[in-house]
Design a protein around this ligand. Sequence first.
Ligand code: BTN
Length: 253
Amino acid sequence: MTEPAPTELPGPLLSRLAACARVVVLDQVGSTNDYALGLRAAGEPAVVLARHQTRGRGRFRRHWYSDDASLCFSLLLCRDHPDFPGSLITHIAGLAACRALESTTGTKPLIRWPNDIMLGEKKIAGILCEARGNGVAVGFGINVNQPSFPENLPDATSLLMATGQTFDKLVLLEACVKETFAALDQAVKDQGAALLTQLKERSAILHRRVEVKTLLRTHIGTCIDIDREGRLVLRTDSGKVLSLSAGDVRRLR
Ligand code: BTN
């Protein structure tokens, strides 16, 4: 891997983050998830932050728009521990991102299962969890100070577009990292019980009519629950109840 040039973080923030993880700050990188997975989890968590990603990706290998106005970072965790809540990690990160956004910006984001962070009908952030060996990279892409998006992204919004204000990406970064560790600790302690309650409260789709596209087919119905494994429980219009562990969800009117 070519080592991209490191950049500087303000000292106090760096020491606070370094208290919970190894910190790598890059000016530019293909994808912070790839970089984090390349570090190999040595037990110690790491935060990889990039000012700019050239090959940022989202779920299903879609391109993730990442310019200088975005906050793009990955948290590398080690999944060796027997209590590591693997099936819930995307939900833990999504909830942490919502809490961080709420406490630092006053917005009230909701989660469109499983990984889209929404302000109203628009997407403000996305989470991408990927595993390699014993490492899991939890990637956060948050649209912060973009005044607009290209026409091919009509569903995207940023904090600037939603509130009219610019925000400090590093304040948001610190809040996301802290909230993720707090939510992880809680999930390990209570096997995800509190997380599940909070996920349902933060859900943009629970009890709503939705279309869910999975790899094999498209289902239409009502989201009736999110189960203990973090799966979406859908009652289809034909009366079947399905538990889905992956898919793309669109809310129907
Ligand atoms: C999605 O909504 O599909 C997930 C988007 C995740 C984007 C982040 S940006 C930091 C990390 N690096 C990547 O290449 N992707 C994630």
